[in-house]
Ligand binder design. Structure first.
Ligand code: FES
Length: 167
């Protein structure tokens, strides 16, 4: 991934202004339904807490709608939370586990429907919005692409922030 980003930056210096194309990763992250992205798997495969690849057809029947499912795969943040919607689908975004106060790892508390930080008590709602400090900023979001029965984690802001209400 870093190599393709480096190549894209290098191309930016070699090509005349205005002629730089998106990398396939950038294109397929922003527009996963683009015809060039049919067989392309962006990002990294999400793994469960035991390090096993998460398979969509195995996960969805086992978790209730509204669940937040811990997933690994990216170096940073090392743990993200997948969002299972109702009806059961995996949302196109995941919630970072890195507390925005001082960087501790928050935990999902299903019985409280909140993310809770063990270090200084910050709390976030089920979308990662701060509901109790000392944290002041919401948890970060990452892009999720579900394809070929895989859950792919892409270290990129989702195209739409589900926490921003449409005007
Ligand atoms: S690091 Fe999470 S509340 Fe301080």
């Amino acid at each position: 991934m870093a190599g393709s980003a480096t190549a894209a930056i290098a191309l930016g210096y070699l090509l005349p202004a205005g002629s730089v194309e998106l990398t396939l990763e950038e294109l397929c992250t922003a527009s996963p339904l683009n015809s060039r992205c049919k067989d392309y798997l962006p990002g990294v495969q999400a793994k469960d807490e035991r390090g096993q690849p998460i398979q969509v057809n195995q996960l969805l029947p086992t978790v209730p709608p509204g669940s937040r499912v811990a997933a690994k795969g990216l170096p940073n943040p090392p743990i993200v939370y997948l969002v299972v919607t109702n009806p059961p689908m995996i949302a196109e975004y995941a919630i970072s586990s890195v507390c925005t106060h001082l960087g501790c790892t928050v935990a999902w508390k299903a019985d409280q429907n909140q993310f809770v930080c063990p270090c200084h008590g910050s709390r976030y709602d089920n979308q990662g919005r701060v509901v109790h400090g000392p944290a002041r900023r919401n948890l970060g979001l990452l892009t999720v692409v579900v394809k070929q029965n895989q859950v792919r984690l892409v270290d990129h802001q989702p195209a739409i922030d589900p926490r921003v209400k449409a005007p």
